[in-house]
Design a binder for this molecule. Structure first.
Ligand code: C5P
Length: 232
């Protein structure tokens, strides 16, 4: 059995506020965590985040902040009072940016878990080399993950295929949040490197992020329940 508790998060990737709230009404009681990304946040803003929190869900706000340290810190301070539990920043912003972000988060919301994004999974070796990074993506992920943890970050977003390597080099208490999850037998959509909920949990994921297998299910609550059962 895995040493880590693993929880389900829904990626709330829907075209508008009404369909999102309708989906969450169906899922109430069967789901604890919701990931709100740039698409919905930029369209509906903080009021939408509050609405989702008022329905009883915990929120992971996936804004992937990346800018000079002072600007990232100021952006985090602008989120004061917003009921979010997790927020993403890019670890490639470097040590100073991560430290500024961590200090700002502590001051703004001491319970906020900052999650570091390492190398976007859309990069292959050539694409990364073209940006001037000569390490292969898997090595660059490890490099940035170690840097992030050294700066005091307590959570990272990673592909399920990176979990095993990261668990070998990171302290146990670092949370790993993993999209690219598909229950056995479900449509992979365009995701290329996928893993089942049970296996991701077994090898050390702390939170799995699942979108379409729930959003497009005939019965989303049932789909979410089946995934949670698989995690137990
Ligand atoms: O629908 P699906 O389960 O593929 O959704 C996965 C979610 O995780 C989406 O919100 C997607 O943007 C996000 N994500 C991902 N792969 C990454 C990083 C984020 O699928 N490497």
């Amino acid at each position: 059995m895995s040493k880590h508790d693993c929880k389900l998060m829904l990626a709330l990737d829907l075209p508008n506020r009404e369909s999102a709230l309708d989906m969450l009404t169906k899922l109430r009681g069967n789901l604890e965590w919701v990931k709100i990304g740039l698409q919905m946040y930029l369209a509906y803003g903080s009021d939408f985040v509050r609405e989702v929190a008022d329905m009883g869900f915990k929120i992971f706000l996936d804004l992937k902040l990346y800018d000079i340290p002072n600007t990232v810190a100021s952006a985090i301070k602008s989120l004061k009072g917003l009921p979010i539990s997790m927020l993403t920043i890019h670890t490639s912003g470097g040590r100073e940016m991560m430290k500024f972000a961590l200090d700002a988060a502590k001051e703004t919301n001491p319970d906020l878990l900052l999650l570091g994004v390492t190398v976007l999974t859309s990069f292959n070796e050539d694409g990364l080399a073209e940006t001037g990074v000569s390490l292969p993506p898997a090595k660059q992920v490890e490099h940035l993950a170690k840097l992030a943890v050294d700066c005091g970050m307590k959570g990272l977003v990673c592909s399920p295929l990176e979990i095993e390597a990261l668990r070998k080099i990171l302290p146990d208490d670092v949370k790993l949040v993993t999209p690219g999850i598909r229950p056995a037998g479900s449509d992979a959509n365009e995701q290329k490197r996928i893993m089942t909920p049970a296996l991701a949990s077994e090898i050390g994921s702390s939170y799995i992020v699942v979108g379409r297998p729930i959003l497009k299910a005939e019965n989303p609550a049932e789909a979410a329940r089946a995934i949670i059962d698989e995690l137990k």
